[in-house]
Write a protein that binds this ligand. Sequence first.
Ligand code: CA
Length: 225
Amino acid sequence: MRLLLVEDEVGIAASLKRGLTADGFAVEVAADGKTGLWMASEIDFDIIVLDLMLPGLNGFSVCHEIRERGVWTPILILTAKTGELDEIESLDSGADDFLTKPFSYPVLLARIRSLLRRGVRERPTVLEADGLRLDPATRSCWRNDVLISLTPREFDLLEFLMRSGARVLSKDEILEHVWNPEFEGSPNIVEVYVGYVRRKIDRPFGTETILTVPGSGYRLAERGR
Ligand code: CA
């Protein structure tokens, strides 16, 4: 099994490499994000273990970029911080699993083996409608060849609309799916965010992808797939 370890701390990298080699892995080490990204794109690995805090390009960016390049090797992110945000960001950036430092070697090994058993996951389908493409794996959005930058909430809103195709979605339904169920603000927040999204995906292009259905809600102009 070929394993790429992207870790800048020399001591940790050396001890992990020693352990993993003894456990039968062919280990390559990259000491910074850029080198890691290059190796992940150019060499065929079975699994990538990626530290989050790296000089230059951090682990999230490396992970995101690896997926952007169409490489679907399982990725385990090592994070030094604890916090749900890191975990969510890790998975959002296209990682398969994460492990918080400090961890014990047997736990790391177990996680690696579990990811290998799962195998390369299927790439989530890119959603398309009306010249608009939304990639849930890399959380990027394109209109033709123009990359559109969306906030996480805007992305979730657009993803929900695109997944629902031509079905009309009420504000309440959107609130329930895109905001958390405990959200107690006004459903008008949906209107505000639809406005934000339109300003990014439609207005600059003279298109009309999100339609308002008076008294009912919103739907997509063209059925997505
Ligand atoms: Ca580090």
